[in-house]
Design a protein around this ligand. Structure first.
Ligand code: URA
Length: 242
């Protein structure tokens, strides 16, 4: 059993405030397993109970986990007075009040971003101690040499003295351009761009393809998103593909 207060569950699942949820309950708009419930503090089993609000049935979820193919030009923030954010582009059907991106991608970076309202999940992805590798594909200005790969894999020191944890790097070419796949388990500001800068290179384009063993769904075009399955949520914390 996963018991939660009725007003909290209504607020989370119906995209309303706690105050609005309490009003809906008081106005007898809420039924639990087919019977009206008028107490906001009633405990609901999120995994088993059925809730109906104003005639609509809700599949209860304590949290949502969304895979977004982040497009270029959108910022990794919850809200911004001027610029479009990754939360702004989530369709209404998936929107919740307290969604935020689990980590940041630069405005010009594309690729896999998880949007959630689960703070503990987000912390696990971002904290280096949890060893969740994030995989990026970088198109570079210059070919990368074995010596550069060795430095990045040993743990490069950035130009301002910041020490990075060891990365995993593979060189390749994409459409004839020099490129590298790099896996890191930290999220320092502009980290990948600064790591390549520290070996005298320059990132021209950056794309995140994977978090842990979770790959970006290739059927999602830039700007598209969908909910993660339970199996996919687990892949985030598995290092099978790393
Ligand atoms: N590193 C960067 O430099 N930019 C990103 O968006 C992500 C990682």
């Amino acid at each position: 059993m996963n018991l939660k207060r009725l007003d909290k569950i209504i607020a989370l699942n119906c995209n309303v405030s706690r105050k609005e949820a309490r009003k809906l309950i008081k106005d007898a708009a809420v039924q639990v397993n087919g019977r009206p419930v008028m107490r906001a503090e009633e405990l609901i089993d999120v995994d088993a109970d059925e809730i109906n609000v104003n005639g609509y049935n809700f599949t209860l979820k304590e949290h949502v986990y969304i895979m977004l193919h982040k497009p270029r030009g959108v910022i990794s923030a919850t809200r911004d007075p001027q610029k479009e954010t990754v939360v702004d582009i989530i369709p209404d059907a998936l929107k919740r009040r307290s969604l935020f991106p689990a980590g940041r991608l630069d405005r010009d970076t594309t690729g896999l971003l998880i949007i959630t309202d689960d703070g503990a999940f987000c912390h696990q992805i971002m904290s280096p101690s949890h060893h969740v590798y994030k995989t990026y594909e970088a198109i570079l200005s210059f070919p990368i040499y074995d010596e550069d790969i060795r430095k990045l894999e040993e743990g490069i020191v950035l130009d301002d003295g910041t020490e990075c944890l060891p990365a995993k790097v593979k060189a390749f070419t994409k459409d004839g351009l020099p490129a590298a796949e790099i896996k890191i388990r930290e999220g320092k500001y502009h980290q990948v761009k600064r790591m390549f800068a520290a070996v005298g290179n320059k990132v021209e384009q950056l794309h995140r393809s994977q978090i842990g063993s979770l790959r970006l769904d290739p059927s999602l075009a830039e700007g598209e998103c969908r909910e993660l399955t339970e199996e996919e949520k687990e892949l985030v914390f598995s290092d099978e593909l790393n």
